[in-house]
Design a protein around this ligand. Structure first.
Ligand SMILES: Cc1ncc(COP(=O)(O)O)c(C=O)c1O
Ligand SMILES: [Zn+2]
Length: 414
């Protein structure tokens, strides 16, 4: 049974019926078709008690708040990840109440499985044979896995320097890989190539951001429902979110709003967007209090955190609203800080993260230093991708080529 009431374009307000199964606004205005649910219908079956009685541990546990039925899903064990109380790391940085949501523990080792499980299920429902994605590598690797499980062909458009671990996943899952270099200032080359292929060959677009497919943005919401069940959503001060396109942050915001609509929480924790200094358009806009329309994309994004390099924050409109409405914030972190966080997550908590996955911790440490987050605050850091994706980076660290060593990463601006 579906509780989707309608979809509404975030730019022009055009309304779509669920059975139209739209992917993009017909006005092609880059609006995201936000999925609206029938909360009255959901509320009498979605509370703490009924959740406790559920058996499944994956994201489909929260099926009422997803835009596609689990009947169509390839289930690889997405979601249901641990929340770790980080005592040793907390002590090191002087925080009593630090929690890490370990989303490296997803089937393809990043949080993107939450999004792609949903996006691929919709493609399966619609009997698509070919899906396409534009990605730094994690979303593509994830879509490739779900496509393999469904017998669909996956067409991945990735940057030329996508990491070896992500390319290995794509190869093994049988995706076709097209490497797309940025040629023009501010251009998102992978998105451009994906849209060309969608137009030319009729592939079903399934990138992990909203304007080109409204469904997969709903997947990351499940992080919030899990936090609610793990009893941290109430009374928490901040959630730190590594941010590229803003899809993950949009999911966190939507998930919090869902819980409030269902009267399950009263207050929101502040959502904090963390971006690398080499690609901080969204954080810059948040700091200046600017609206989404005023965002100036980074002309040539550059950071060791490859997953956070989207030149254009495609879901930036919702991300900015989420940060503002929850009284959160934005912080940029240097590559050096990110690598220090990779090292600390492993050394103090046994958590193996890739640079993009560890950026949230770097953001927390900077905000602690600046006194914006206090030592007694209760904080969740999202750890979003596994270090096994980028082992070369880790080895470089120990050869003294990057963090704490002689070589300075390319673009560490203050
Ligand atoms: C490991 C990791 N963390 C965070 C992000 C950022 O997510 P979003 O693009 O939804 O902002 C990505 C995106 O690729 C990623 O791969
Ligand atoms: Zn529109």
């Amino acid at each position: 049974m579906s509780f989707v009431e309608r979809l509404v374009c975030s730019k022009c307000g055009t309304r779509y019926e669920p059975d139209e199964n739209p992917v993009m606004c017909r006005r092609r205005d880059l609006g995201r078709l936000d999925v609206v649910y029938d909360y009255d219908g959901i509320s009498n079956r979605f509370d703490r008690k009924s959740l406790e009685a559920r058996r499944s541990r994956d994201i489909w546990r929260y099926e009422e708040l997803l835009p596609v039925s689990s009947r169509f899903a390839v289930r690889l064990g997405e979601g249901g990840t641990p929340l770790v109380r980080a005592r040793r790391l907390g002590e090191k940085i002087g925080m009593k109440n630090l929690y890490l949501k370990d989303d490296t523990r997803n089937p393809t080792a990043s949080f993107k499985d939450r999004a792609m499980a949903v996006g691929s299920a919709k493609a399966i429902e619609l009997k698509k044979t070919d899906v396409a994605t534009a990605s730094s590598g994690n979303a593509a690797a994830s879509l490739a896995a779900y496509s393999a499980g469904a017998g669909m062909s996956c067409h991945a458009f990735v940057p030329p320097d996508a990491s070896a671990g992500k390319i290995a996943q794509l190869l093994l899952y049988g995706a076709s890989i097209t490497k797309c270099a940025q040629v023009k200032k501010g251009e998102d080359a992978t998105v451009k190539a994906m849209l060309d292929a969608v137009d030319r060959y009729g592939y079903y677009p399934c990138p992990s951001f909203g304007p080109f497919n409204p469904y997969q943005v709903e997947g990351p919401k499940t992080i919030v429902y899990e936090l609610y069940e793990q009893r941290v959503s109430e009374g928490f001060d901040a959630i730190l979110v590594p941010t590229g396109s803003g899809c993950l942050l949009t999911g966190i915001w939507k998930g919090l709003r869902d819980l409030r609509e269902l009267d399950l929480i009263r207050d929101y924790p502040g959502i904090v967007a963390v971006q690398p200094t080499g690609n901080q358009a969204l954080v810059g806009a948040i700091r200046k209090g600017a609206s989404f329309d005023r965002i100036v994309p980074e002309p040539y994004p550059d950071s060791i955190a490859g997953g956070l390099l989207d030149p254009y924050p495609w879901d930036g409109d919702a991300a900015i609203t989420g940060v503002r409405e929850t009284h959160g914030g934005g912080v940029s972190v240097s590559d050096r800080d990110i690598l220090r966080s990779v090292r600390e997550l492993a050394a103090y908590e046994g958590m193996f993260a890739e640079p993009s996955g560890a950026a949230g911790l770097a953001g927390l440490e900077k905000m602690l230093f600046q006194g914006i987050i206090g030592k007694d605050d209760r904080v969740v850091v999202l750890v979003t991708g596994s270090g096994l994706k980028e082992p070369d980076r880790i080895i470089e660290m120990f050869e003294g080529k990057s963090v704490g060593g002689a070589k300075k990463p390319s673009r560490d601006r203050p």
